[in-house]
Structure formats: C-alpha cells, structure tokens
Design a protein around this ligand. Structure first.
Ligand SMILES: [Zn+2]
Length: 470
C-alpha cells in the first residue's frame, strides 16, 4: 500500500520547499516533484504545510497524584494528542522506593498497551540511588530503551530526591549514555513557605504561586546545572517557567555544559493573575512551577528564539475541575497540580510563535519535534520528513482560524485552560507511520496501534553555545 501526498509544502527544522511525499510500509520512501505514478492513494495537500509529527516530551497520562488520577489515560490522551498534531509522546513512568524499577515500567506498559493510538516511549523516575537501582539502570537502558531519567528536586516527602541522588544519577547517566531530567524547584524551601502560608490562613489558589517564587526555581536550576558540570554529565530541565531559571541554563550552556531546557505553552500565554480568578477557578491554573508574572513570557519566547531553551513539552496532566481540582477548596496544597495541554501544544505554539513572528517556521519544527527526537534518541526515525524516516506527518492548514474551547476539544476533562483563545492554524490530517490517525479532522485511528519506542542512548550534541544573553 503506497500513499502519495501531493502539492504540499514540506517544512523541516532547516528547509521549506514544495514537494510530493511518497509513503510505503509506514516509511517515507521518496520526496520529489511529480511523483505521480505508483501510489494506491493520493492525498492532495495544496495550500497546506507538511510538518513532521509533533513529539511531546512531557506527558502524564493515567497518573496517580495526591489521591486522584489524571482524567486522560493513554487512549483519550493520545487521541487528543493526534487531533492536535502530535504523533509521539514520552510519558513519565513513576517509581516507588524499595521496589524494582522494572515493576513500575511493567505498570506503565500495562496502562498504555492496547490503548495508545500514536507511538510512545517512557522516561523513568529515579527516587533513590542504591546498589539495586544502579544495577538495574544498564539493563533498563539496554532492554527497555529507556534513556532518560527524571529526578524531582521538589515535592518534599513525595517524589523529592536529595542532592546525592541527583549527583549519582548524573554520574550513572554519563557512564551509560542517558539524559537526566530534573523538576527544578527547591522543595525544602517550598515546604517551609507553604506551611507558613497555611498557618496564616492563606489558603486560596494564588498562594500556590506565592509559596513557589521564581527564586526557588532559579536556585534549583542553577544547582542542578552546576552538579551536571561537576559530573561532566547531561541535563534536561523540564518546564522552565521564569527568567531566573533561563539565566542559569544560559550560563551553564555558555560554559559548554550539556544543559537543555524545555518550556510549556502555559508559561508562554498565561500568567500568575489567572490564579486569582473568582469562584475557585484559579485552581484550573495550578501548575508546578506556577504561572509567573507576565513579563516572563517575553523572556521565554526570546530564549526559544535564541536557543537557550530548545523544546516545548505540554506537561499534560489533566484533572477535572469538578471533583478533582475542587479537592483543594480551603487548602491550595490539596489542588492536584497540572492541566490539559496535550491537544493544544502544537497549534497554539504555531499561532503564537510563527503567526505572530516570534520564531521562524523552521524553529517551530525544531522546537515541537526535531530537537526532542535528537535529545531523546529518536532521530532520524522520528522528528523529520526525510527518506527512511517514519511517515509521521501533519497536514496543516496555516490559515484556519478557530477558538479553543472545552466544547470542541477531545481531552477527557471538563475545562480548557485556554478557553476562548483564538488561534490560527490547524491540523487537517495526521499520519502515524503512514496510517491516518486523523483524516479531515476526524479520528480514524485505533487504540493499540501506537507502538512502544525503544530509544537510543544520549549523544552529545556539539554546537556553539548561544552568544547572546538576554
Ligand atoms: Zn510534569
């Protein structure tokens, strides 16, 4: 079965050109002009961009948190991702201290198998380092193809690891070719500030932000970056939200450290005042790190443009307002952290980034797909449109205007964090390994068609550090 996409404009991280794309057995087998013969199905993409499928490096599907479970599982979450132009996700596998890591990985395989409609991989949380964990890591890299490990510097008494754990994870990652990811906030200081706020009776959602100020993110980011330099290892800072953290990443990169940074759509378009919305609606905007003062948005956009931040994750972590976010009425610490973003990440970023002239269209592709594939051992199978790559392709209408709303999104959650926001550009059809998942804006995929991705080891990426510090 051969498919031919005709008349589209192929856009990669480096190029933009009109070409036909031939697909065979799930792979791209030819790119050129007038590839008219041989195809069983011809798709006319006139006026559309052909982007490599989005890769979302940061999702939490079917994840337990604070007595609740995220409302999107691997079926609803990946269907929504596909509608939004994402064809690969890397989800975070949580682990439990004292238990073999392999048990947790099996749990995540059980959650995702037969459910995912697009391809997926796992990052693995490291909560402690001991002989058992150190012995398992090489096997997990080899057998499971899990080549990224997450350490939490926040969530004291829940996920938080100490600095020795972080440092030894960095050393182990260096030895075996993995990338260490950090949630960079100083959990000990947050714990103190939270208790102080509650003692004073400050329980509204806004205090979630006020007890996690940018300094605690900047401090933890700088600490993780310094330890990475000391270990001569590699680090990926997830969900960077503020100028303080950007500065620490930029400084580390200028020293030549392999330090990478991800931000998320919510930090680019929402701000701290959203937490003050009446009727407890501020709870919809509780992320960790929290939304920041609005001026940080420009810092983040500039960092993406200048290469100080390199990727965009959704940090998809959806909880319903009714019955889940509401658990935190009268105590902001009981509000489940996170929001529904997996579907909007790609189009919202195109609209706010490319359409508004903040980044180029090639930077868009690099940030939503290519760079993530390179950092997480998926390139060139994923992350580009090239002969031999998987035919993960988004046929994208750059001029379609629409309004984001809970009434039209496909995530299994009862609100949208971007309700009423008008954006331009929408995926029309989305292919995963040459098969339609979305065709003419309708879901036509099948749960279970998504394949688990064993990823390659981390490879040092040599490039000149950014010259410009904003
Ligand atoms: Zn997260």
């Amino acid at each position: 079965m051969k498919k031919l996409i005709k008349n589209g404009t192929v856009v990669t991280a480096t190029d933009q050109y009109e070409a036909d794309v031939l697909i065979e057995d799930g792979k791209i087998t030819a790119i050129g002009s007038n590839l008219s013969d041989k195809a069983d199905e011809v798709i006319d993409a006139k006026g559309a961009y052909l982007f490599p499928g989005g890769i979302d490096p940061h999702t939490h599907l079917d994840m337990p948190f604070g007595g609740s479970v995220t409302s999107d599982d691997f079926e609803t979450g990946t269907i929504a991702a596909a509608y939004g132009g994402t064809t690969t996700i890397i989800d975070f596998c949580l682990t439990n201290k004292g238990e073999p890591l392999k048990n947790s990985i099996q749990t995540w395989h059980d959650k995702s198998k037969d459910k995912a409609v697009i391809d997926y991989g796992f990052h693995l949380m490291i909560g402690e380092v001991n002989d058992a964990v150190l012995n398992e890591i090489p096997e997990i890299i080899e057998d499971e193809g899990i080549t990224s490990f997450k350490v939490f510097m926040a969530y004291k008494n829940v996920f938080q690891a100490d600095d020795q754990t972080l440092f030894r994870t960095l050393l182990t990652a260096k030895e075996h070719g993995a990338l260490v990811m950090v949630h960079a906030e100083n959990g000990d200081v947050i714990d103190y500030l939270v208790n102080e706020a509650l003692e004073k009776g400050n329980t509204d959602p806004i205090y979630h932000a006020l007890t996690r100020p940018p300094e605690v993110e900047g401090e933890a980011t700088g600490r993780a970056a310094q330890l990475t330099g000391l270990a001569n290892s590699q680090l990926y800072v997830v969900h960077v939200s503020c100028a303080e953290a950007v500065k620490k990443i930029a400084e580390a990169r200028q020293k030549g450290y392999q330090v990478w940074g991800e931000t998320c759509p919510q930090y680019l378009v929402l701000d701290q005042t959203d937490l003050e919305k009446p009727n407890f609606e501020g709870a919809k905007y509780v992320w960790s790190p929290p939304l920041r003062e609005k001026w940080n948005q420009e810092v983040l956009w500039n960092a993406l443009k200048n290469g100080q931040l390199q990727t965009l994750g959704s940090d998809q972590c959806s909880f319903n307002f009714k019955g889940q976010k509401e658990l935190g009425k009268g105590d902001f610490t009981k509000i489940p952290n996170g929001g529904p973003i997996i579907e909007d990440r790609f189009s919202l970023f195109f609209s706010e980034g490319v359409k508004k002239g903040r980044i180029t269209i090639n930077q868009f592709v690099d940030i939503v797909s290519t760079r993530t594939a390179k950092l997480f051992g998926l390139f060139p199978q994923k992350g580009t449109i090239a002969v031999g790559s998987d035919a993960d392709i988004v046929i994208f209408d750059p001029n379609q205007e629409r309004t984001i709303s809970v009434d039209t999104h496909h995530m299994n959650v009862d609100y949208s964090a971007f309700e009423g926001m008008e954006i331009t550009g929408e995926p029309v059809s989305v292919l995963s390994r040459g098969e339609f998942v979305i065709k003419d804006k309708q879901f036509v995929g099948k749960p279970g068609n998504g394949q688990y991705l064993k990823r390659k080891r981390y490879e040092s990426q040599t490039e000149i550090p950014e010259k410009v510090l904003q």
